[in-house]
Design a protein around this ligand. Sequence first.
Ligand SMILES: [Zn+2]
Length: 234
Amino acid sequence: MEASLQATFDEAQHIVFLTGAGVSTPSGIPDYRSKNGLYTGHRNAEYYLSHTCLVQEPAVFYDYVKRNLYYPDAKPNIIHEKQAALTQQDRAMVITQNIDNLYNVAHTKHLVEFHGNMYQVHCQVCGAKVAWQDYLQDPHHEVDGGWLRPDVVLYDEGLNEMNIQRSVAAMNQADLVVIVGTSMRVYPFAGLLDYRNSAAKVVVINQEKLDLGFDYDMVQADATDFFNELQVRG
Ligand SMILES: [Zn+2]
């Protein structure tokens, strides 16, 4: 790693990591939006993950998410761990599109799960929180028989307002924005870049360049290699 890049991380006080599926693929979780990911072979995969499916065919929804979106044995990797360490120094926030819970497992102190989390589940009738292990056994709440659902943002559902506010505030304050494991093509997540502090340096860690519509620092590298080399200094 170039010394100047390490220095950029050492000096930054308000880092925002904008992350996506590429952070979790090294943990064995497929990118469900990529060509080789879970959507392959599912003609209407967006339908399975829609509010419409949840309401109109809850058993179909349940079967799909149970088979495709739970990886309870997956472990955080070096990317999660180094980012989490920076949040523990109160110098960074992670805003992720991932719904796999791995940033929580890695003890990320400042975290926005922009699209929610598959491992938080509640009853649609009474609102009670239910353990995800129970959900994987039975999609109905044992107390009242209501359909359970994971706390994720489905297609044709709105985002959590608090997550938007926290994300925008972090982008306003950022002195360093680091994009990892996402091509920033999915809105409204990609729109967060519009809220970045005008003085913030933007670094992209990716195998391919991204078209962000403005200049940024490109680190053409495997994210796992990059975070292996990055030193987290207190
Ligand atoms: Zn209930």
